[in-house]
Design a binder for this molecule. Structure first.
Ligand SMILES: C[S@@+](CC[C@H](N)C(=O)[O-])C[C@H]1O[C@@H](n2cnc3c(N)ncnc32)[C@H](O)[C@@H]1O
Length: 394
């Protein structure tokens, strides 16, 4: 493993969605109060670290948490967390690279991440990255997605003549992506951006949805997330008064209940393995709808994937309370502001591992029984058994 730089740097530089800086600082105060806020700009905040001795000891690792070398503070609103060397300014790229060599005093990096603090700045991150690869890496043809364990040199382009530079060790999925931004673009055949959000959530939280499971989505129209669930091999019910796109509605494993979540009779939620929620309403409304489902008799989902829209970033101060609700329902919640999401957070909350295992078993049995039915079914009977997609509840 490439060793971390000897000069680790006294500041953390944390990037976030423009506007989320205050929410990010609130979270830092809650989990790493030893840090002091330094300079900030839209989309980036720096924090001064205390001396190594004053850093808290992580109970799980029994060592001082000295981010971001093999430890990432769970800052929720952070996209990238890097240890800052400082700034380099200069009239040309070459001049800034020369200063960077002195500042870093460290030659070997496994990869280079270059991204813009403000996407409107007129520079080419790709051409800067090429020059930095020549200066600091053994190969100039490295793909920008780092491997876990890689020591990454970070260059945040602040303006045409100023870079903020630092380093981090790639570990979590998001820390392998330049600037912590999900590198997948929305494919043309997807019906909405929610497809990409769910895709990013699954990768970020390392979540595999067992094919054959059943999911319902509260707030399903126009249908991107349902499309992603169907692609994972799930059967899906989309709940929304607004119509779901025909490309999703036509799928044999999809059904729409055209109504508001609270108008669905509670017994109808029995048998769902996953509750997905993406309603454009206040988080308290979304949480009430989920609570109504998970507290109902006979309803035992393995997991919840909920988007909580934040009308104002300041509402993020209620996050600890909201997460406690998931705990009270018997789930273990993880939360992140996804890079493909808007002013919102994504909560992925799972029941314990034993229940998940039993779900996988259930999914295998369900698929086996479906295969058996398909083999024994006559073509005419199969045609008459297609689900009713009139939009009405059964
Ligand atoms: C952001 S869109 C959902 C996008 C969708 N998840 C997708 O994959 O394309 C929000 C949706 O929530 C729906 N909605 C709002 N309140 C709702 C409620 N009480 N019950 C069900 N759906 C609701 C709206 O009709 C709207 O279609």
């Amino acid at each position: 493993m490439t060793p971390a730089p000897k000069n680790r740097g006294a500041f953390l530089l944390v990037s976030c969605q423009g506007g989320a800086e205050e929410a990010l600082c609130q979270r830092q105060q809650a989990i790493l109060p030893e840090l002091t806020k330094g300079a900030w700009r839209r989309g980036a905040v720096t924090f001064r670290l205390p001396s190594r001795e004053a850093l808290p000891v992580s109970p799980s690792r029994k060592s001082r948490c000295d981010p971001p070398d093999d430890f990432f503070p769970d800052l929720i609103f952070a996209r990238a967390v890097i240890r800052s060397f400082g700034q380099v300014t200069g009239a040309s790229d070459q001049e800034r690279i020369k200063k960077l060599r002195v500042l870093a005093n460290h030659e070997a990096f496994d990869n280079i991440h270059v991204w813009q603090r403000d996407p409107r700045t007129e520079v080419s991150p790709d051409s800067i990255r090429k020059l930095l690869l020549e200066a600091f890496c053994q190969s100039v043809s490295l793909a920008p997605i780092a491997n876990p364990g890689d020591l990454v040199l970070d260059c945040v382009v602040d303006s045409v003549d100023r870079w903020w530079v630092g380093w981090h060790r790639a570990k979590t999925p998001a820390s392998c992506w330049p600037g912590g931004v999900y590198p997948q673009a929305l494919p043309e055949d997807k019906v909405s951006r929610a497809w990409l959000k769910l895709d990013e959530a699954l990768v970020t939280f390392g979540l595999t949805l067992p094919p054959g499971n059943r999911a319902c989505e509260l707030g399903a129209s126009p249908g991107g997330a349902c499309q992603r669930l169907l692609e994972a091999g799930l059967s899906v019910v989309g709940i929304d008064p607004a119509l779901v796109d025909q490309r999703v509605a036509a799928e044999s494993q999809f059904e729409q209940w055209r109504m508001r979540a609270r108008d669905v009779q509670i017994r109808m939620f029995r048998g769902f393995d996953w509750i997905v929620a993406d309603m454009n309403i206040d988080p308290t409304g979304t949480l009430e709808s989920i609570e109504r489902i998970v507290n109902a008799p006979g309803v035992r989902p393995a997991g919840i994937i909920a988007t909580l829209k934040l009308p104002e970033w300041s509402r993020a101060s209620a996050l600890p309370e909201w997460l406690n609700l998931f705990r009270a329902w018997g789930f273990n919640p993880h939360v992140r502001q996804l890079s493909s999401g808007g002013k919102e957070v994504c909560v992925v909350a799972l029941k314990n591992a034993a229940l998940r295992k039993s779900l996988v078993r259930k999914a295998i049995l369900r698929r086996a029984s479906l295969r058996k039915k398909t083999l024994t079914r006559t073509p005419d009977r199969a045609a008459t058994q297609r689900p009713d997609r009139s939009g009405s509840r059964k």
